[in-house]
Design a protein around this ligand. Structure first.
Ligand SMILES: [Zn+2]
Ligand SMILES: [Zn+2]
Length: 164
């Protein structure tokens, strides 16, 4: 299996349990390195997002947290998501206003998100060249970038495309 390309796993048949466990392990190690606390609610939020490669809205995460016994407190989920995003363990898809767990938090850089409109799965692909070019363009224009999220919307190779 092409290790350097494992992010596109989202669109292929794969052992997702392995994928999920690897991501959690990576986050545990990073927290240790950065001396951060992976509290039960932070961990559970991450696990919820790692259940599949489909992005979830904050309220869907909240519902699942409530089912896991964390209560139905919106600030709780936003704080947990905020922490996970700050550390790069979770990404926010602006257009969908939804969250997706990073599958390779230990080496995630310059991600572009490919979002399938049919199955809802999200694949993350690193695009360093595109990213550099965008940064250079912004700099030329004297534009100071606050956030940059690259999202492609379409249909993955696993889903049938509508034919007319
Ligand atoms: Zn997976
Ligand atoms: Zn699909």
């Amino acid at each position: 299996m092409a290790d350097s390309n494992s992010n596109v796993l989202a669109f292929t048949k794969h052992d997702h349990r392995r994928c999920k466990n690897a991501a959690i392990k990576a986050v545990e190690l990073l927290c240790e390195e950065r001396k951060l606390r992976l509290t039960p609610v932070r961990r559970r939020t991450l696990e919820i997002l790692l259940e599949s490669h489909i992005a979830l809205g904050a309220y869907e995460v909240l519902e699942k947290l409530a089912k896991a016994g964390f209560g139905e407190k919106p600030p709780l989920v936003y704080r947990a998501l905020g922490f996970l995003m700050e550390q790069g363990f979770v990404h926010k898809l602006e257009k969908l206003n939804a969250y997706v767990a990073c599958v390779e938090p230990n080496r995630c850089a310059h991600p572009c998100f490919l979002v399938c409109k049919q199955c809802g799965r999200v694949a993350e692909q690193s695009v360093p060249k595109v990213s550099k070019q965008l940064a250079a363009t912004a700099q030329q224009l004297g534009f100071s970038t606050a956030t940059s999220v690259m999202e492609l919307s379409g249909v993955c190779a696993q889903c049938p495309t509508e034919k007319s």
